[in-house]
Design a protein around this ligand. Structure first.
Ligand code: CTP
Length: 425
């Protein structure tokens, strides 16, 4: 994939400079033209040769280096950049940038640049919290720099606190957020649901499903990249937080119902990618259910109980129960509720994950739930489904059917948003 946008990666002298190698590599893989400017101190932590070998061009560290392509290399570099990311940014570099000091290749290039500028401060917690650093960061904010909050964790000095450079994926997300997409969804409020729900049997056990949340998170990310204000209502997943998305954590179908319906009236678009449980234990126990108690209820039989037990007898079984069962009650169908209560102009998109009769089942959901779009996928299709990074989606609206080919969940999310934007017109 050729992105053709140029990202200038500025690296100053901190230990997290090693992570910038992964930032450069990740950006290259996404198709960006990556150019690197390092301070002399940065070059003590990581060799410029590392970046040059990764095809980031000649790494420039010295304004007066006779090997520079032109005597005004800082101007060429700053004009070529669509975005500058300074990661890591030391307290010293931040102070210089805040006060217009141009005493090395990095600070000189940034001073000459008019493109968006992102700063990822990385330093010891006390240095970061020092009022001088905070004042300098505020000056840069006023100048239009976007400051990426440092992460918490174990710092190189052995202290735990705020000051770590975020992981490369997070920094790459910032770059993508700033320059990768036209902002055709700006002004729109979008709610996405993602992940599984967990239905408690007791405080220890629950019933859930295989949803990874990846499709919903991809939709949230791409909608944010396209400029939408995004709320993600998410069941428990292993996925990291999406940086430009407000995430609301829920566990059960009931939690999700409350979180979604409470916010729905303000939303322009609601996309329900979550795998919501259709049933929940009717009488969840507030205490852990003990095996001995269960076994006592089976005292009149020698057969061991099955897994997933609740101390309820199967009354249909004459002469005492031989199996245990969990009594289930239906949950509320959130999407159906939204379809019944939507305000005019609000767009509703549901998902249908099927194992058979994909089109019939998905089309029925479009009508039954009174929604504008159903994104159908079959668990039987290779490359589609829960845990993977790809999907094969068929988009069904009242106007027709569009089959998307096998693609990454991020590309599928983008294609779904394209269809939503078309259908909304
Ligand atoms: N859904 C929902 N609330 C529920 C169940 C489902 O909002 N209690 C939504 C899902 O998020 C999805 C759509 O309804 O967008 C279809 O979900 P799915 O489980 O495929 O369909 P069901 O209506 O539950 O029907 P079935 O389980 O028979 O396929």
């Amino acid at each position: 994939m050729e992105n053709k946008k140029t990202v200038l990666l500025g690296i100053s002298g901190g230990i997290s400079a090693y992570k910038s190698v992964y930032v450069a590599s990740g950006l290259k893989k996404l198709g960006y033209d990556v150019r690197v400017v390092m301070t002399e101190n940065a070059a003590k932590f990581v060799s410029p040769l590392t970046f040059e070998t990764m095809s980031c061009g000649k790494v420039v560290t010295d304004v007066f280096d006779p090997r520079n392509d032109t005597p005004t290399e800082h101007i060429e570099l700053s004009h070529a950049a669509d975005l500058i990311l300074i990661a890591p940014a030391t307290a010293n570099t931040i102070a210089k940038l805040a006060h217009g000091i141009a005493d090395n290749m990095l600070t000189t290039t940034v001073l000459a640049a008019t493109c968006p500028k992102l700063i990822s401060p990385a330093m010891n917690t006390d240095m970061f919290e020092n009022p001088a650093t905070q004042d300098n960061l505020n000056i840069l904010r006023d100048y239009g720099f976007d400051i990426i909050e440092p992460a918490y964790g174990m710092l190189a000095c052995g202290v735990e606190g705020k000051g770590k450079m975020p992981e490369p994926d997070v920094l790459i997300s910032y770059v993508e957020q700033w320059i990768s997409k036209p902002k055709d969804m700006s002004g729109l409020r979008v709610l996405v649901t993602a992940g599984p729900t967990e239905e408690a049997v007791d405080p220890v056990r629950y019933i859930t499903n295989h949803s990874s949340g990846k499709m919903g998170y991809a939709l949230a990310r791409m909608a944010a990249r396209r400029g939408a204000e995004v709320t993600l209502v998410s069941g428990r997943t292993a996925l990291p937080r999406e940086p430009f998305v407000e995430t609301v954590d829920v566990l059960s179908a009931e939690d999700m119902f409350n979180a979604v319906t409470g916010r729905a009236p303000e939303m322009d678009i609601i996309i329900k990618a979550a795998a919501v449980a259709d049933f929940t234990p009717a009488n969840p126990s507030s205490e852990k259910i003990k095996k001995a108690d269960l076994m006592a209820t089976l005292a009149d039989t020698s057969q061991a109980p099955h897994k997933g037990l609740e101390p309820e007898r199967d009354s249909s079984s004459a002469g005492g129960s031989r199996d245990m069962s969990i009594k289930l009650a239906p949950t509320r169908d959130i999407l159906k509720y939204l379809g019944e209560h939507r305000r005019s102009g609000q767009f509703l998109c549901g998902f249908a994950m099927e194992t058979r009769d994909l089109m019939e089942n998905a089309t029925a959901k479009l009508a039954n739930k009174n929604v504008d779009m159903i994104c159908a996928n079959s668990l039987r299709t290779k490359g589609a489904g829960f845990a993977g990074d790809t999907n094969v989606v068929t988009i069904i609206t009242k106007d027709g059917v569009k089959e998307l080919p096998l693609m990454s969940k991020l590309d599928a999310a983008d294609a779904i948003l394209d269809e939503i934007m078309l259908a909304k017109k």
